[in-house]
Design a protein around this ligand. Structure first.
Ligand code: FBP
Length: 256
């Protein structure tokens, strides 16, 4: 079976990330985007390939949501299984596992996600948990997306081409279906990471909100690299017109 069928369109993907409430807290939000229902509306109206929630938001705003009729046919749910808060300042981060694959499946997830802080002193624990997640998810025909984020004092330059390609490769070595990596700053560096990931597909994270023009230029570059798309949060739902920026992004991802 093609694990990725449910969360891609013609081999491309655009995901709407909304796990920042745990990762960063309400500081990322305004009066509108603090409401997960608002995010779901953006996701449904502009046809994202998946919305990324932690399990609590998933349960209350997706699995048991009545407002949008049969949501499951409109936007796939991706549950992020682990995470950490920004209050924890350990130089060597660890993202605790917060949800089981079986729970995610019960909540209606079409895919699951897991962060590995590549290079952290706690890397071994995360690699081992991630391997377990992949096995359990594949037993249930659920695709797995790995947030492969280099961090820690052994990683002085987390966006260097070498470390980005290494992080990407780890996704392939462990059996991730898709990896999510940060943009390493140039087309050439991203191409190297995509090649290192082999048959594991690559999506690129959006990052902190930036000027629309430079954000869309980067998106165009990303789509020339062999990456299949992006997983974007703040650059969409912090935008003054999330639907308009989503449409532009869709055109770049799916028409490239
Ligand atoms: P953004 O597009 O808003 O950057 O979201 C991508 C993402 O990976 C989220 O899934 C996650 O909450 C956040 O970035 C984590 O960012 P960081 O670890 O850099 O604080």
């Amino acid at each position: 079976m093609d694990y990725l069928e449910k969360i891609t369109t013609n081999g491309k993907a655009l995901f709407l990330a909304y796990d920042q409430g745990l990762e960063h807290g309400p500081t990322d939000f305004d009066d509108k985007n603090i409401d997960p229902g608002y995010i779901l509306k953006i996701g449904v109206e502009t046809g994202y390939n998946g919305v990324i929630f932690q399990k609590g938001v998933a349960e209350k705003y997706y699995t048991n949501a009545q407002w949008a009729g049969d949501l499951k046919t409109k936007i796939p749910l991706i549950i992020k299984l682990n995470g950490k808060t920004s209050l924890e300042k350990d130089e060597e981060p660890y993202a605790a596992k917060l949800c089981l694959v079986s729970e995610a499946e019960k909540l209606g997830a079409a895919a699951v996600g897991y962060t590995v802080y590549v290079g952290s002193a706690h890397e071994g624990k995360m690699l081992s948990e991630f391997a377990g997640v992949i096995q359990e998810a594949h037993d249930r025909n659920l695709p797995v997306i790995g947030w492969m984020y280099p961090r820690g004092k052994n990683v002085p330059d987390p966006k260097s081409p070498e470390i980005t390609a290494y992080a990407a490769r780890i996704g392939l070595e462990l059996g991730a279906d898709i990896i999510k990596i940060h943009y390493p700053g140039s087309l050439d560096a991203l191409k190297k990471a995509v090649i290192a990931a082999g048959k594991t597909k690559v999506v690129v994270s959006g990052g902190a909100k930036e000027d629309e023009e430079s954000f869309l230029e980067t998106a165009k570059t990303i789509m020339q690299s062999g990456a299949i798309g992006m997983a974007v949060g703040r650059n969409v739902w912090q935008h003054k017109d999330p639907l308009a920026i989503s449409k532009k992004l869709h055109k770049i991802v799916f028409d490239s």
